[in-house]
Design a protein around this ligand. Structure first.
Ligand code: GDP
Ligand code: MG
Length: 163
């Protein structure tokens, strides 16, 4: 069975951008349960020599009657259950927001194996948020720029012993 990494975090931190970078065109859809296809995207990731399955928690951006917080919890818990490890992404430009703390709590309660990624860290604008990320108590953050492909080597180094 292949190693599965779930990318989790609040809307707009860059989850799908990273997912697309890792997966390229090798996109497959999760089809086991109703609603999951829309909310969780699964693909075959390539990073350096590593091959693994990656899950993007999409579907948070859609407007529904249910609160965003409720959807975030449900989807994240489901992704955590499907995954061997989670890449929890924050937006280094925005810093740590209350919504990020909610994810940190979910991940702690589920005792998920967490890799913390501070995305949008290209240039200087992300420096404050990168430092703030330590306050989440989830270990050393990796500075990433999903858009520009920065930090991929550091991500590879962290994933290599796990995959
Ligand atoms: P998601 O909602 O977490 O899936 O976030 P998206 O991948 O849709 O990205 C949200 C926005 O952030 C988009 O406008 C992206 O272009 C932008 N974005 C993603 N990664 C980066 C990055 O590394 N740096 C910057 N500056 N913007 C990024
Ligand atoms: Mg997305």
């Amino acid at each position: 069975m292949s190693f599965t990494l779930a990318i989790v975090g609040r809307p707009n931190v860059g989850k799908s951008t990273l997912f697309n970078r890792l997966v390229g065109k090798r996109l497959a859809l999760v089809d086991d349960q109703p609603g999951v296809t829309r909310d969780l995207r699964e693909g075959e990731a390539r990073l350096g020599e590593l091959r693994f399955t990656v899950i993007d928690t999409a579907g948070l951006e859609e407007a529904t009657d249910e609160s965003l917080q409720g959807r975030m919890r449900k989807l994240t818990e489901r992704a955590v259950e499907m995954a061997d490890a989670c890449l929890f992404m924050i937006d280094a430009r925005a810093g740590v927001l209350p919504a990020d703390e909610i994810f940190a709590d979910i991940l702690r309660r589920k005792s998920a194996q967490v890799i913390l990624g501070a995305n949008k860290a290209e240039g200087r604008a992300g420096e404050g948020g990168y430092v703030e990320a330590w306050s989440l108590g989830l270990g050393d953050p990796i500075a990433l720029s999903a858009e520009h492909g920065e930090g991929m080597f550091d991500l590879l180094q962290v994933l290599r012993p796990l995959v």
